[in-house]
Design a protein around this ligand. Structure first.
Ligand code: SAH
Length: 234
């Protein structure tokens, strides 16, 4: 069975969108993964097909109803379905490369995209939704976040990325930001490719790349750098 993604959204026409293009699109055509996007509104019961209501206790905006969302989640969950159920949410655990890898090794995901002020807390509890955030800022809906999460997962599904190694040396994979890249021409407006990269000495090149990765990480991401120091000193 290949990786299966089920999306619950009020805007199913946003999918597959960019996920149908480039590397993830080709992988989808090959059958390495599949995606279905269901409209939460299809599970509405009244004649206005409403999915939201005013917040209990008052306040601005609207809240997605737990009964409608609960039914939608149950409908995309098949018998014996072990896929994790994610809720895109700014209150969630920050999404990481490690999480992408963990999910890519699994059977797939069910992703709930919030809208308005968010979803009723009881459906999060009742359906054991795992809240995932893509960063400390507010989007108008979970769809773009779902694209981000799926894009990073799909490229890690076995067989999707052409050159396996190019996944393993990427930023975050070893706790560091990646070294800089260069290609031809050798001279670009007076700037030359660093001599070591033209030396043909792969041990030296690896050493140079590691050193510059460490330097960039220390300068740009003190948080990652502290983690790296902790881990590399055991
Ligand atoms: N009132 C909420 C924000 C709602 S934004 C709060 O203050 O926490 C509407 C929807 O967009 C959310 O339900 C969520 O699904 C999505 N969303 C917004 N920002 C996000 C983020 N940083 N990461 C993941 N999803 C996000």
């Amino acid at each position: 069975m290949s990786f299966r993604a089920s999306i619950l959204t009020l805007y199913p026409e946003m999918f597959p969108g960019n996920l149908g293009m480039s590397m993830s699109g080709r992988a989808m055509e090959r059958g390495d993964w599949s995606l279905d996007a269901k409209n939460i509104r299809d599970y509405a019961t009244d004649k206005h097909r409403s999915v939201d209501d005013t917040p209990a206790g008052g306040g601005a905006g609207m809240v997605l109803r737990p009964d409608i969302l609960g039914k939608a989640i149950d409908d995309v969950t098949e018998e014996g379905d072990t896929r994790p159920r994610l809720l895109m949410s700014p209150r969630g655990k920050p999404f990481t490369q490690a999480k992408a890898r963990e999910l890519a090794d699994g059977p797939g995901v069910i992703i709930v995209c919030g809208r308005f002020e968010g979803v009723d807390e009881r459906v999060i509890e009742g359906r054991q939704l795992e809240e995932v955030s893509i960063g400390d800022y507010i989007l108008s809906g979970g769809e773009v976040a779902a694209h981000v999460v799926l894009d990073s997962i799909v490229r890690l599904i076995p067989g999707v990325m052409g050159n396996k190694e190019s996944g393993e040396t990427e930023s975050f994979e070893n706790g560091l930001l990646e070294h800089p890249h260069y290609t031809r021409p050798v001279d670009f407006e007076g700037r030359e490719i660093p001599a070591v990269l033209k030396s043909g000495n792969h041990k030296l090149i690896d050493q140079w790349r590691l050193e510059i990765s460490e330097k960039i990480t220390e300068e740009r991401r003190p948080d990652l750098w502290q983690e790296y120091l902790k881990n590399s000193r055991g």
